[in-house]
Design a protein around this ligand. Sequence first.
Ligand SMILES: Nc1ncnc2c1ncn2[C@@H]1O[C@H](COP(=O)(O)OP(=O)(O)OP(=O)(O)O)[C@@H](O)[C@H]1O
Length: 606
Amino acid sequence: MAQIKDIIEYFRPYWKLSIFSIGAACVYELIDLVVPYAIGQILNILSNQALDKPLTGFISKFASITNSPVDKPLSLGILLGIIFLVTVVRAPTQPWLTVWFHWDIALKSRRDKTESAIAKILTLPLEYYDENNPGRIAGRVARGLANHTWTYPEIAGQMIPKLVRVLGIFVCILFIEWRIAVLYLISFVVILGLTLKKLRQLIWHEERLDKYMEDTESRTSEIISNIKTVKAFATESQELKRQAIRLKREFIVIDNRIHRGYTKLSTIQRTMIQICVFVVFGFTLAATVNGRISLGHFIMTYTLASMAYAELEPISNLAEIFARRISSMLRFHEFLQTPSGVDSQGLLEVRETAQKPYKFTGKVEFSGLSFGYEENRHVLHDINLLIKPYETVALVGRSGSGKSTLVKLLLRYFEPNQGKILIDGEDIRNLDVGNYRRRLAIVHQEVDVFNGTVLDNLRYGRTDATFAEVEEASRISRLDEVIRVLPNGYYTVVGERGVRLSGGQRQRLGIARALLVEPDVLVFDEATSSLDYESERAIQLAMRSLQGTRTTIIIAHRLSTVREADKIVVLDQGRIIEVGSHEELLRHGGIYHRLHALQETGALLS
Ligand SMILES: Nc1ncnc2c1ncn2[C@@H]1O[C@H](COP(=O)(O)OP(=O)(O)OP(=O)(O)O)[C@@H](O)[C@H]1O
C-alpha cells in the first residue's frame, strides 16, 4: 500500500537542492514582511511618534559611520532604502533562486521516474498484463507522473513558504500585541483544521473517482484494440451506452460530491476569514485607541494580518489541489511497488555488462513438471519429455491442453510448481534469465511489428546483424518474396504508421527475426488464423529448411506441419498421452489418430 512518504521519496534524490530552494523561497516570503514594518515606521516618523528601538539603534549607527545627523530625512531615506532592497533588488534574483529550482527538481524527478515506470513495465510478470490492459496502465502512469510534476512546485515553492510567512507574521504581531497574536493563531488553527477535516472526506471521493476513470480508460483502450470485433458485431451503440453509464457515474462523483464539497469548503473558509479579519481589525483599533500600540503599529498589524489571511485562501487552495492529486499519485506508487516477475532479475542489465553469452546444443528435458496458474489447479501434470539437440518436436492437442503453457515455462515466464526444466543438463532456474532467453527465440501466432522499417524490425533481437545475414534469414523464411514487392524493400516503413503486413507476411517476418538471433532453440507457435494457401506453404517450406539445424519446438494446430517432425507429443488435459513419429502414432490408433482423421475430413484440430 503506497503512502504519503512514497510521494516525498519520489523527490528524494534532489533533497539538497530542495532544501536550498525551499529555504530561499521562505526567506523571500519573510523579507516581504519588512515592507509593512517599514511603512508603519514611516507613519510613526510622519506623525512624530517614536521609532522602534532596534531601528533607532540602526539609524544612529548608520549616522555615525556616514557622519550625518540623525534627523527625519535620514530616517526616511534609510527606510526607503530598505523598501527598495526588499522589493526592487530582490525581484531579479527570486525567480532564479526559487522558481527555477522548483521546476528543475520536478522535471528531473519526472525524467527519473518515467524511466522507473518503463523499467517496471518491462519487468512486470506476464499475468499482470492479463489483468490490466494498456489503457489502464498508461492512464495510471501518465496521471501519476503529471500530478507529481505539478505538485512539487506548488507544495515546495508555494505552500511551505506561505506557511512560513504566516508563522513569521504571527511572531511579528506577538512582539507588538500578544492578545492580537493569540487571536490570530486561534483563528488560523480553526480555519486550517476545518479545511483539513473536510479535505479528508474529499480525498475519499477523489480515490473513488480515480478508480472510475481508470475503468473508463481501460474500456476505451479495449474498444480501440478490439475495434474490428466491435464493428463486426455492430456493437458501437452498446459500447457507447456502456461508456456513457460509466461517465455518468464519474460525473455524479465529481459534480455532486467533489465539486459541491469544494464549493462548500470555500464558502465556509471565505466567511470565516472575513470574520477574522474584521475581529482583528476591531481588536487592533481598540489597542490603538487605548494607547497600547502606536499608529504605525496599528497600520503594520492590520496590514500584516490582512496579508496573512489573504494567504489562507491560496494555502487551502493548494491543499485542495494536493488532495485532488494525492490518490492518483498513490496509485502510481502502487504501480511502481507491484512485484516484478520472478524472471525479472538481471533483465534490464545492458548487454555489454551482462555475463558471457551462453551457447547450448539444444537438449531440453522436462522432468516431473507440474504447473498451475492458480494454486491447486494444475494445468500441466507430471510432464516428462526429452528433446534431443537439433530435433524438431511438435506439440499437439486440443485447445487448452497446455501446449502454450509448456512453452511459457521453457521461456521462464513462470516457475513450475514441481519438477524442473533442464537445458544441456542444467536447471534453467540456475541460469541468468536474460542470457538464457537470448539463446531461445519464439515466433508467436500474432507477430508484433514495431513502428519502423522492415530492416529495423528484423534486427530487433540483434541490432548488429549484417545485411547479408538479414538477407539470408529472409531467404530461409521466404520473407524475401514479400520484400520484393514492398515499395522500399527492406526500408519500407511498417507497423503503426507504415504499410500493414498480412498475417502470413508477419509470420515470415517473425521467423526471419527469430533466425537472425541464431537461437539454439526455436519455438514456433503456429498461427491458428487461416493463412492463405501460399503463405501457409511458404511457412511450411521455411520450417522444413530449418529442420535439423537447431532444436525446434512447434506448437502445431495443423497436422500438415507435424507430419515431418521427428517427434510428435500429444497433450491432453495437461498430460502427455502419446509420443512418437507421425507413422508411429497413426499405427498406435490413439488420440492422434483420431485428430488426424478429423483433419483429413476438414475439421479443425483445435
Ligand atoms: N494466464 C493464465 N491464467 C490462468 N489460466 C490460464 C492462463 N493461460 C492459460 N490458462 C489455462 O491453462 C490451460 C492451458 O492453456 P494453454 O494456453 O497452455 O493451452 P493450449 O493447449 O496452448 O491452447 P490453445 O491451443 O488454444 O492455444 C487452459 O485451461 C487455460 O485456460
